[in-house]
Design a protein around this ligand. Structure first.
Ligand code: BGC
Length: 756
């Protein structure tokens, strides 16, 4: 090989470009017609009793990890009786093998069990929490992370992940904001596709691909007051314009399953919502997979109060379009009577069974029910060095640099005395974040270990814990202050515990927990250069810190390689490139705050009292959507449009020059937003429509090109038809949603367009 090609290959390997675990998707949905499968499934169905059919519609948890009431302690006995079609919260090649064996050997028809689990951001090898990953804006790496998670999880016998969560989330009080891709619709759709493709790979019949699940259908992220499981009440326009698109994107990518959400929508709980499940999902969208409920959400309809008892709950759910009952056991217990009374047709149950059997068939389980559970494969696969390396790669790409006064960062590796202070310095447990049930947090590398490895031999590391993550104990302050005083610079590692975000982890106060805000103040008072690194699962309110701490790094919960990834960024081995995918409010009182809001009839004017504003706070966020600094500087110039008007079938090319005028090579996320100036209904102040993440060497300029078509301008119009309206538009291109260059164009025709 010539020297030049060798270098190129090395660069590609270093950039991860040669990473290949299979190309995307084509032997999964929309599935080609498979007559052999249809015949197989129909023949099998013909042999099944009603009880056996209901068993296939039943999903029970093992007694491992649970997130709600245990409703069945006898799941193994029920498996043997054919009353269970799927099990979740159970993994390991050995365990899944044994349970499958009990099932095959003891049931009349030997229909294989399906094993599901929340593989949310990695399996053994944890990756950054999904919100953090989204900040990388790196679709290729996000897909790889899901692919690796699937490779690991399937080696432990799992066939199905309850991911991705595609709920748009705009309320940081809601702990589950950590599990999604942030507040934006366009980015949310792109990331939904990437994750589905990663989990499902190119062919579901391979034993390293798994069913994905678009959840929580629908609008779960709009829980009132950010309180988990709370009521959702939004307009139909808001539902279709903001919350449905990522579900449709997941469906377009071929997602195999959907999960209903806990919340009600317009007065009907989503688990019994025939509009969502039947009218939209099956009939309008033509979904050809199966629908599972969320944990006991059929049963919970009795609490919502739209049904009088469990029996009616089961009837409402199955008739609405639910195929599989997670954990309520209601289908098994009550539907035989409902069928007898004619309240549920057996043909509806047959439809649900068919959808589930088809998925088991596509996974190859009828050929070999044990093909995923392979102890040897698991041993060779789990936490392979290349997976751990991939986790580090995505972790450093997910770290957002929020502030860097006087270029405190990057730190010099030869720094003489570096103080590491805070409850996160030696913390291992919390690094992996929420939903990391199978994740080996014990193998996570702490920040202390990461930094110790990065610095030169001449550096002395000083350490003080300062405080715990929560609680009111300040006894560590004195030592922490004394430690800071001896150092040349301080890295202050603070944040939320791993279980303060995720499910059932809503907060009303979004400051750093416990006495950490006071610890930060004390350390800043020493006058030393302080770099605050935060590890948390949601935007926090850090108004004081933003004003007073010289440098701030949002590291989120990064997974098993948090320590090395943070060191990579702090010492400049990696120049940070991530951008916020969720707005940081100044205070809880500003919530909900997101970039693509509407104008109102009285837009904010600081000199006019009767305009839309606060008496005690600016309207602007602390850090806007799309924001994130680099060690270098990117200048935007020459925004140019090849024409200033187009018809419905036309296209406008937007060009912009981005120059790296700073001292480091770096990657930039170039963002393009559009504003529709006048609509038949009011339109957002701007909406992300395209972006490109690219590398620009120092001193280099690159011209970035985007193509605008009518598709980018479509929305649900006054009469809810989807299409475009002739008129004037603005284009904004920039480094975040606020710092942008502007141009305008005109669309000359209105038209209905096919929905995406
Ligand atoms: C969560 C789901 C999860 C399920 C199974 C529920 O409590 O809302 O997101 O997939 O539990 O663990």
């Amino acid at each position: 090989m010539q020297a030049k090609s060798l270098i190129l290959l090395l660069v590609l390997v270093m950039c991860g470009t040669t990473f290949s675990f299979g190309k995307v998707n084509k032997k999964s949905a929309p599935w080609e017609k498979d007559e052999k499968m249809e015949k197989f499934v129909n023949d099998l169905l013909a042999k099944m009793t009603l009880e056996e059919k209901l068993g296939q519609l039943t999903l029970f948890s093992s007694s491992w990890d649970i997130t709600g009431p245990i409703t069945n302690n006898n799941y193994v006995e029920d498996v043997k009786k054919g009353k269970v079609g799927a099990i979740f919260n159970a993994y390991s090649a050995d365990f899944t093998y044994r349970l499958q064996k009990e099932n095959i050997e003891n049931t009349r028809l030997g229909i294989p069990l399906l094993f599901g689990y929340d593989v949310i951001h990695g399996h053994w090898t944890t990756f950054p929490i999904p919100l953090a990953e989204s900040c990388s804006w790196d679709l290729e790496w996000i897909e790889k992370s899901a692919r690796i998670a699937a490779i690991e999880a399937t080696s432990e016998g799992l066939h199905w992940t309850f991911a991705p969560m595609v709920d748009i989330a705009r309320d940081p009080r809601w702990g589950r904001i950590a599990e999604g891709a942030g507040e934006d619709i366009y980015l949310g759709c792109e990331i939904a596709k990437a994750r589905v493709n990663g989990f499902q790979g190119d062919d579901l019949s391979k034993n390293n691909t798994m069913l994905a699940c678009a959840k929580h259908y629908a609008a779960y992220g709009v829980a009132q007051a950010g309180r988990d499981y709370s009521t959702v009440d939004i307009s139909n326009r808001e539902l279709w314009g903001t919350y449905m698109p990522p579900f449709k994107a997941a469906l377009n990518a071929g997602v195999a399953t959907f999960m209903t959400s806990f919340n009600e929508l317009d007065g009907t709980p989503c688990t019994g919502n025939d509009y969502l499940l039947d009218d939209v999902l099956r009939k309008k969208w033509g979904f050809d997979g199966f629908v599972v409920t969320d944990y006991t959400s059929i049963m919970e309809m009795t609490e919502h109060g739209n049904v009088k008892d469990k029996k009616e709950a089961g009837e409402v759910a199955i008739n609405a379009g639910v195929d599989m009952d997670m954990q309520s056991g209601i289908f098994n217990d009550y539907l035989p009577k409902s069928v007898e009374e004619g309240k549920v047709l057996e043909s509806r149950i047959d439809q649900a069974v068919i959808q589930i059997l088809k998925m088991k068939y596509r996974l190859g389980l009828f050929e070999d029910p044990f093909r995923y559970s392979n102890v040897k494969r698991a041993k060779k696969t789990l936490m392979k060095p290349e997976f751990i390396e991939a986790s580090r790669e995505l972790a450093k790409r997910s770290i957002v640099l929020l502030k860097n006064e006087n270029q405190v960062l990057p730190l010099n590796k030869d720094i003489k005395k570096l103080a590491l202070i805070g409850p996160y310095v030696k913390n291992r447990r919390d690094l992996v974040g929420t939903w990391s049930g199978a994740g080996k947090w014990e193998k996570a590398v702490t920040v202390y270990e990461g930094i110790e490895k990065a610095v030169s031999k001449n550096t002395e590391i000083l350490y003080a814990e300062g405080s715990k993550l929560f609680g009111d104990d300040k006894s560590g302050f004195e030592k922490a202050i004394a430690t800071a005083e001896k150092a040349d610079a301080v890295v202050l590692l603070v944040g939320e515990p791993h279980d303060w975000s995720g499910e059932a982890a809503s907060r009303t106060n979004l400051e750093l927990p416990g006495v950490q805000p006071e610890l930060v103040k004390e350390i800043v008072k020493t006058g030393k250069p302080v770099i605050m690194v935060m590890m948390n699962g949601r935007p926090l309110t850090i108004d004081w810190e933003a004003e007073n701490v010289p440098a701030i790094v949002e590291a989120w919960h990064l997974g098993v390689q948090a320590g090395p990834a943070i060191a990579d960024v702090l010492f400049g081995d990696y120049n940070p490139s991530a951008k916020l995918t969720v707005t940081f409010p100044r205070s809880v009182g500003q919530i909900p705050i997101y970039y693509n809001m509407k104008h109102t009839g009285r837009p904010m004017d600081p000199n006019q009292k009767f305009t839309s504003k606060y008496l005690d706070s600016p309207n602007t966020p602390l850090y806007p959507f799309g924001y994130g600094l680099s060690y270098t500087k990117f200048d935007y110039s020459n925004i140019q449009l090849d024409k200033t008007s187009m018809g419905v079938n036309g296209q406008i090319t937007v060009k912009v020059t981005v120059t790296n005028s700073g001292k480091y090579d770096g990657e930039e996320v170039v963002q393009l937003y559009i504003q529709d100036l006048v609509g038949s209904v009011t339109r957002p102040v701007k909406e992300l429509k395209h972006f490109e993440k690219l590398f620009i060497a120092k001193g280099e300029s690159k011209v970035i090109e985007f193509k605008i078509t009518a598709e980018d301008l479509a929305f649900y119009r006054k009469d809810m038809s989807y299409g475009v309206e002739a008129g004037d538009f603005k284009i904004f291109v920039g480094t975040n949603s606020v710092d942008v260059k502007e141009a305008s164009f005109r669309l000359t025709q209105s038209s209905i367009l096919p929905e995406k």
